[in-house]
Design a protein around this ligand. Structure first.
Ligand SMILES: [Zn+2]
Length: 135
């Protein structure tokens, strides 16, 4: 996770845990319940993405930062890559996020390619030392 510094007094809003429905996936078939459970287990460390209302998605993005409310994705998005592959943070407030995802079940990786979607870590999985200011 990110090494951003903690800013005392910043209140993080209550957010739900991310699920497969939040990232626009639908899986059908006889093994769907097991796959969905494995994906939801993987996603449970992330926060449900905060959707933006209106606006051109390409420019200002379809989601916003759960902490500072700035556009996280899109051409003007604040997501910045970190030193660890697939990891990054909001360049405005430092909240940690991951953009590359490889959910796996007991038999290995579920998808044949890396999923690319910026998901911010759920507050329960962000320590007090990295809930705050830009690094
Ligand atoms: Zn932010």
């Amino acid at each position: 996770m990110s090494e951003a510094k903690h800013t005392p007094g910043i209140k993080i809003p209550e957010v739900e845990v991310c699920t497969i429905a939040d990232i626009g996936f639908e899986i059908t078939g006889s093994d769907a319940p097991l796959l969905i459970a494995a994906i939801n287990k993987y996603l449970s460390v992330f926060a449900k993405p905060v959707r933006r209302n209106g606006g051109a998605e390409f420019v200002v993005g379809s989601h916003e930062c759960l902490k500072c409310g700035k556009p996280l994705s899109g051409l003007l998005g604040t997501f910045q890559w970190g030193l660890v592959n697939g990891e990054g943070s909001c360049s405005e407030c430092g909240w940690p996020a991951r953009a590359y995802h490889e959910p796996a079940d007991d038999e290995g990786k579920i998808f044949d390619r890396i999923l690319e979607i910026v998901l911010q870590y759920h507050p329960d999985n962000v320590t007090a030392t990295n809930k705050g200011a830009p690094a």
